[in-house]
Design a protein around this ligand. Structure first.
Ligand SMILES: [Zn+2]
Length: 224
């Protein structure tokens, strides 16, 4: 797993007639101004061009200690490289058989990922769609299913919280992550859990599978 990616990606400004050199963002033409973003980072950096790690490194949930150096922010890349499986014909998720999944419905499939330190489930649409591609029906189902999976996962003894993530920067086919955060392990709270998962030893496969099957059986979902 990789470090959680940013919450927005560079792209052309929205609007009916964006020009090649857009002017400042405004209420009428809002956009995430990447040039200004990079300039802010440069202004906030120290004499060595690097940001201070203090705010992250001092956090209880951060998995590392000792002298740290923040990476320099690389220049923006446009266009971005293609993600894995941008088309359905070369999509890993589309090619997986139903037998890979714990639970399936007409439009959705849920599987458990082994080799992770905490119960890790993944919810995917059957169709080759990304989040913004979902129609109203699928969007409603995703909302209801997200609640249902989180509720079932949080009902597993030892699970304090279901963390729910969608990044979408690696594989194009929509996949929603559900992590069962272990009860009482306060350092695993919050946004650093995916980093801890690259460090901690995995759950035994039979334990992960048993928890996944428990979640699937507890999933209250009327077929539609
Ligand atoms: Zn796909």
């Amino acid at each position: 797993m990789t470090t959680p990616p940013p919450d927005a990606t560079p792209g052309p400004p929205p609007g009916p007639t964006p020009g090649p050199t857009p002017g400042p963002a405004s209420a009428k033409h809002p956009r995430l101004d990447i040039r200004a973003f990079v300039e802010r980072v440069a202004a906030a950096a120290g004499p060595d061009g690097r940001l201070s790690p203090a705010q992250v490194a001092d956090a209880e949930i951060f998995p590392f200690e000792g002298p740290l150096r923040v990476k320099e922010l690389a220049a923006p890349v446009e266009p971005e490289p293609a993600r894995a499986g941008e088309s359905a014909t070369d999509c890993h998720n589309c090619a997986l058989p139903d037998t890979t999944y714990l639970w399936t419905s007409t439009h959705w499939r849920l599987r458990i990922l082994e080799g992770r330190a905490v119960p890790t489930l993944m919810l995917e649409p059957r169709a080759h769609l990304d989040l913004a591609d979902l129609d109203d029906r699928a969007a409603r189902e995703l909302g209801a299913l997200t609640v249902a999976v989180a509720r079932a996962l949080e009902a597993v003894p030892g699970v304090a919280r279901a963390h729910v993530h969608r990044w979408g920067d690696g594989a194009a086919h929509l996949h929603i992550w559900f992590f069962g955060r272990p009860a009482g392990l306060l350092q695993l709270r919050g946004s650093c859990l995916p980093d801890w998962l690259d460090l901690l030893p995995p759950l035994p496969a039979e334990s992960a599978q048993a928890i996944g099957e428990h979640v699937a059986q507890a999933l209250h979902w009327p077929e539609r």
